[in-house]
Write a protein that binds this ligand. Structure first.
Ligand SMILES: [Zn+2]
Length: 589
């Protein structure tokens, strides 16, 4: 059994420590509100006021993290714990009253005269310069208090209601399907999982039944999509953005030049991925590219089995080849009960890593099944833990990361472990590992590119009015053809991908696609850099990870000597993928 320990946070919900901290959180937020109403009326004693605001924010954030983590982590492994969801809910309610004083503070910051000079005069403010300037940038987009209030109230019956409708319709959708000659109605997730089945007939039946099932909900889901995108267009216009992409790039802390470079490199890389898709198609007996239903078909075989002790040693030994400090951190995570890896009743599925900045640790949840994939998942999550570790001496307000960089260290670790496993594997296992890696990359680059094209076109046409189901299907298949090209059989595309991907339905987060591609290609390019530079690369890497909460993305790049608007950097990543495609092709013959 490998279960984590949460004692480092609290003994339990009834402990005096938990109760005291909960009360302290409530009091500190209340005091912050009272303070904000009084102290932020004008601009006397600016430096002291600013410091006071930062100090209060730090205290509240730390308490919130600790209390919230204990409830969240408990909930994930103890489904029958009745206290955890109650306390999680209570914390959410307490923290909800933080948004008013926070917004007031940000607006006040935006009005500070001679901001640079004020920051220069204080160590605390210099340390938090990025956070302050980011708050100012955010505040400049805010409308009047009355308008902001109206928007957020209307969104609960607008965008967020449409989003819930989409969630409910797809979660409840039953698919009519014939399995082993028997007529059945199965949940959508079960049918979509048939894409990974060994048997080609099952994969195809699942795909056909899935597409048919969407006809039951497509009109309602199209209304949901039209409303969410329409609402966002209105909000963007009010906030002074030229289009939703500009707003998203600002939120992601991503420079337009860097974004354009990324997009160009993604386009350049498409032929490489198509070679992989065609090679996989030939292996599976298709002459005209891969049909959609075989995108996830298993190829090769992995026989390796691990128990948790082996997995620990395998990870620690191989991390040590890269950087001893990464290996030490992984060993600590295993030995000091940071990891909950044993699947059991009442524990949720999936895997994640949770940073506990206040105690300079992390917690990792996974459902380890003894396969190489299970080892690779642990390596991935340990990458997040390493990222947190690199930020351990930063202020909690600086221990953050823009979304496109959040998967840097995790993808890096996965690449590292995959490379090593490949070098030790026989042919069948090599095929299996390469296929898993390329399948993932294809999703993150090629499919993501199609999603980006789709969303761009939807926003463009939505300006003139709602789009019909037929239009949405046509835009989707066109985007898929542009992205996958001859890699896919044009007879078997997926015109309803906009229904099954929840990313299009988040009212507050749009173009929730390219950050994935950015992260993947960025991390692989870093890995290629490491292979070129060896040890010299490591201090740059750890410095980069330590600083992700203190700079915009382009600045972070230059901090470690990378110009992210230069295609040369990104091409290293594509070259890396191309080498794997070459290996895959020769194994597939
Ligand atoms: Zn991750």
């Amino acid at each position: 059994m490998m279960e984590w320990s949460l004692e480092e946070l609290y003994a339990n919900f009834d402990s005096p420590e938990y109760q005291q901290d909960l009360q302290a959180l409530e009091e500190k937020i209340h005091a912050f509100r009272v303070w904000a109403e009084e102290a932020l009326k004008g601009y006397e004693r600016v430096r002291e006021t600013m410091e006071e605001g930062i100090r209060r924010t730090i205290e509240i954030t730390e308490l919130h993290e600790k209390l919230g983590a204990f409830a969240y982590l408990t909930m994930n492994v103890e489904a029958d714990n009745e206290q955890a969801p109650k306390f999680a809910d209570r914390i959410r309610n307490i923290v909800a009253s933080l948004s008013a004083p926070e917004t007031r503070f940000k607006k006040w910051l935006a009005g500070v005269p001679n901001l640079e000079q004020v920051i220069e005069g204080s160590e605390l403010l210099k340390e938090h310069e990025y956070v302050i300037k980011d708050a100012v940038r955010y505040a400049k987009r805010l409308l009047s208090e009355a308008e902001e209030d109206l928007i957020s109230r209307l969104q609960t019956t607008g965008g967020y209601a449409w989003s819930r409708l989409h969630g409910n319709l797809t979660a409840r959708l039953l698919v009519d399907i014939t399995v082993d000659g028997e007529q059945k109605r199965l949940p959508l997730t079960v049918v979509r999982n048939m894409a990974f089945h060994e048997d080609a007939r099952v994969r195809r039946t699942g795909y056909e039944a899935e597409l048919k099932a969407y006809e039951k909900v497509d009109e309602a889901v199209a209304s949901s999509l039209n409303s969410i995108k329409g609402e966002y267009l209105t909000i963007c216009r009010k906030r002074g953005y030229s289009d939703p992409l500009e707003a998203t790039l600002e939120l992601m802390k991503l420079d337009k030049d860097v974004f354009d470079t990324l997009l160009e490199v993604m386009q350049e890389s498409l032929p490489v991925f198509r070679r992989y898709l065609r090679a996989k198609a030939r292996m599976l007996g298709h002459s005209n590219g891969l049909p959609w239903y075989d995108l996830f078909a298993p190829v090769g075989r992995s026989r390796r089995q691990f128990d948790l002790a082996n997995a620990r040693d395998y990870i620690v030994q191989n991390f040590a080849k890269f950087y001893p400090e990464l290996a030490n951190l992984a060993a600590r995570a295993f030995d000091e009960k940071w990891i909950d890896a044993t699947p059991r009743e009442g524990k949720r599925g999936g895997a994640f890593c949770y940073g506990l900045h206040t105690i300079k640790q992390s917690r990792i949840m996974s459902n380890f099944d003894g396969s190489f994939n299970g080892v690779s998942t642990l390596a991935h999550e340990l990458g997040h833990a390493f990222h947190n570790y690199c930020q351990r001496n930063e202020s909690i307000l600086n221990a953050d990361s823009p979304m496109p960089l959040a998967e840097t260290a995790s993808t890096f670790n996965e690449t590292l472990i995959t490379e090593i496993a490949l070098s030790e594997a026989d042919r069948d296992e090599q095929l299996f590992i390469l296929e898993k890696s390329l399948q993932g990359d294809t999703q993150v680059v090629v499919d993501i590119y199609s999603r980006f094209l789709f969303e761009s076109e939807v926003f463009k046409r939505r300006k003139d009015g709602p789009l019909s189901v037929a239009e949405l299907k046509e835009i989707m298949t066109e985007a898929q053809q542009q992205a996958y090209g001859e890699g896919l059989d044009p007879q078997f595309l997926h015109p309803y991908m906009w229904i099954c991907k929840p990313h299009y339905y988040s009212p507050g987060l749009h173009f929730y696609n390219f950050p994935y591609a950015f992260g993947q290609l960025f991390s692989k390019a870093l890995y290629a850099m490491y292979k070129e530079e060896g040890e010299k690369f490591i201090p740059k890497y750890t410095n980069l990870l330590a600083s992700t909460g203190k700079h915009d993305i382009r600045e972070l790049g230059s901090l470690v000597g990378i110009d992210l608007a230069d295609k040369g950097f990104w091409r290293m990543s594509i070259a890396f993928v191309e080498e794997q495609v070459r290996q895959f092709e020769s194994l597939a013959e």
